[in-house]
Design a protein around this ligand. Structure first.
Ligand SMILES: *Cc1c(COP(=O)(O)O)cnc(C)c1O
Length: 358
């Protein structure tokens, strides 16, 4: 089979979606499944929809266009502020977009009129993580403006924490968002249809609090795809961590000295940590590299240790394993490794259907 390849277990993605949807439902929180780390794969998106997510979101309009073509039957949200140069594409391929800039809203309004459509807008509020967001003091006024713009419809408010500076989405931050939602509703005299509390980093709060306030939606990517939460990168109880596996092929397997010899300077990617041990090791080279995956985010199989990675070679100590040229080794990936593996043109994606005979 082709290598390197990313094996995608769609049943695991459906399972994780279902568990999170069911845990949040009693708290009246819906889930928008975020497909950006899966390159907007329609297989992955479909697996999320089977697990009960009520919407899909992606940061790239190109990925949303792909989902649109695949006729996924839930609303599509662009979760990165639209580029001014892409507003036409945005109104065509996204039902909703997250916004912070008046000039972009003007362009979305014009584009929506040209395409005879209504585009929904979620205004993002800055609550301290210092990535996207309108200052809290400006939110009501901006919401009023959106309400007056032809072709646009104010769907609600949102915020995003824990991405740029690691600011934790706690009760205090979520209460602030709820208060702002109340102010906007009072100003416009109509209810908002969404108050989007944040990403997978919000789960700890959302599942523990006894007051979700006005928050009625979360945008979940990492937790669905990898089963982990991004604040401490812990596995979420009951979720599967085996949705993605990177399989690479051995191109050299030899007994080699544990230690290099000669005068030592920098390696291809800077200073390398010293190799441990003495004597001889079973070393293997896998045909996968930094062009394909983030080496720091790879977990080798038990008993195998990564020794270093350059653009095209991953060198491992295979310990007691009997490994030969042509063998395949399978690795787990973290979020960073997953994103790079999904976007490398050298890595094949193999989606495994929900039911496989073992
Ligand atoms: C990436 C992203 C998400 C999803 O984040 P996860 O931590 O993967 O759940 C949600 N909202 C926005 C704005 C994002 O950029």
């Amino acid at each position: 089979m082709i290598t390197p390849r990313l094996e995608i277990n769609l049943a695991a993605i459906t399972h994780n979606s279902r568990v999170l949807v069911d845990r949040l439902a009693p708290r009246h929180i819906r889930v928008t499944g975020i497909s950006k780390a899966a390159l907007g794969s329609s297989g992955v998106a479909g697996a999320m929809v089977r697990g009960g997510v009520t919407g899909l979101g992606d940061s790239r309009v190109e990925n949303l266009a792909r989902l649109r073509t695949a006729e996924v039957a839930v609303p599509l949200t662009l979760i990165r502020s639209p580029m001014l140069s892409q507003t036409e594409l945005v109104v065509r391929h996204a039902d909703v977009s997250l916004n912070t800039e008046a000039a972009v809203l003007d362009a979305l309004s014009s584009a929506a009129i040209r395409w005879r459509t209504t585009h929904s807008v979620v205004l993002m509020v800055e609550l301290g993580d210092l990535r996207e967001g309108v200052a809290a003091a400006d939110v009501v006024e901006m919401a009023r403006t959106v309400g007056r713009q032809p072709g646009l419809q104010l769907a609600g408010l949102g915020t995003n924490l824990a991405c740029q500076c690691g600011v934790v989405p706690d009760q205090h931050k979520m209460d602030q968002l709820s208060r702002l939602a109340g102010q906007v509703e009072k100003a416009r005299g109509a209810a908002l249809s969404v108050v989007s509390g944040g990403n997978s980093a919000n789960l700890e709060w959302a599942l523990a609090t006894d007051d979700v306030g006005r928050v009625d939606e979360l945008r979940l990517g990492e937790s669905i795809l990898l089963g982990t939460e991004p604040l401490h990168r812990r596995v979420i109880d009951g979720l599967r961590t085996d949705a993605f596996t990177l399989v690479a092929e051995v191109i050299e397997a030899k007994l080699k000295p544990a230690q290099p010899w000669g005068d030592i300077a920098q390696a291809a990617f800077g200073d390398q940590p010293p190799r441990g041990g003495a004597g001889t090791i079973r070393q293997a080279i896998l045909a996968v590299g930094r062009q394909d995956v983030d080496p720091d985010g790879l977990t080798p199989p038990p008993g195998v240790m990564a020794l270093g990675m350059s653009s095209d070679h991953l060198v491992v100590d295979v310990g007691d394993h009997d490994v030969s040229v042509g063998d395949e080794l399978a690795f787990r990936l973290d979020y960073s490794a997953l994103v790079r593996a999904m976007t490398s043109p050298f890595v094949a994606h193999v989606e495994q259907a929900a039911l496989l005979l073992v």
